[in-house]
Design a protein around this ligand. Sequence first.
Ligand code: OSB
Ligand code: MG
Length: 384
Amino acid sequence: MRIEALDLIWIKMPLVGWFATSRGGIHERNILLVRAHAEGVTGWGEAGADWPPRYSYETVGTCWHIIEDFLAADTFAAELPEEGAAAALGRVLADWHWHPMARAAIEEAVWDLEARRRGMPLHRLYSEASETRGADGAAPRDRVEVGISLGIQPEFAVLEKQIDDALASGYRRIKLKIEDGHDVDLIRRVRDRFGDIPLMADANCGYEGRDVAPLLELDDMGLLMIEQPLGHDDLDGHAELQTRMKTPICLDEAASTVERTAEALHKEAGRIINIKCSRLGGRSNGIAVHDLCGRHDIPVWCGGMLESGVGRLHNIAIATLPGFSMANDLSASNRYWKEDIIEPAVELGHDGKVAVPSAPGIGYEVIEERVERHLVKRTTLTAP
Ligand code: OSB
Ligand code: MG
């Protein structure tokens, strides 16, 4: 099989509320959707890239450029097997090494395409690609556990209301963004107000080059984990910090590739890994990290980048793999958007979980009219 065309679709959607990390905040998301076409079947993918580039160097604009000027030609040139097409394409694109989110977006679209061609739900394909696959091919779960990630708020009362609402709607795990100077008092106030709820903190590298004393104070506050306190390439620093803390460190930004994650585990730089396939350059790499962590008895969960329904459905499918043993950063559609671009919307159940679709591919429909409504620009690249 050959990929015949790629649509690049840049949309901009307002978030339901301001979202800030230690690196800055946004009130709307720029999103790059990629649609792959082959022999009358299509598949959807999404680049997890930020705008502006705070999480990593990639943006929706760099993904567009890298796909249009470099990755598309390789995608069209590749002769892909019927089974394992997406994984094979992932290996072709891996040759570019950099720009993981651009590579991941195309690979993701081809995972969806392959699943639809074979009439299989996406989770089944992801399971097939993992060394942990069950003999009967059945997913270990048909609902996945989700949490909510709440950004930094200048006013405590705003955050308090958000936590209240989140708990009332069924979220069982709350993640709070922290930064230097907005940490110990914040978590203490939340503990005073909400007691012993499952709580974690994400610093997004915010203590790089700073005093880690606040992190050591947080160590006594019963957090499930502290995510990425130090710099994005500082494995040694995380390893040293972990020896001084009982709270598990979870790596996000620092687990940048499969190889780098292996190095992190070797150095004991963290005890939990956030798997974000966009950061890792695609679903195959995410599955490789899942399998690697399984061999080391390291729990993983699926991270998010405030994706639209397209990226989130891929995340829901991958979170069915058995190593995803903690709540994922995968909220319901209405936590992000007034109206998601998929139908039906992702909904949270009373069990704190979301359903895994069973229809072929991502399993829900992308509503083109909504995509058009948020359109910034689009182009179609075609095979020569
Ligand atoms: O560090 O996990 C992060 C969003 C944008 C950039 C980085 C991160 C996040 C989140 C959002 O925490 C998680 C979600 O999509 O719900
Ligand atoms: Mg994070």
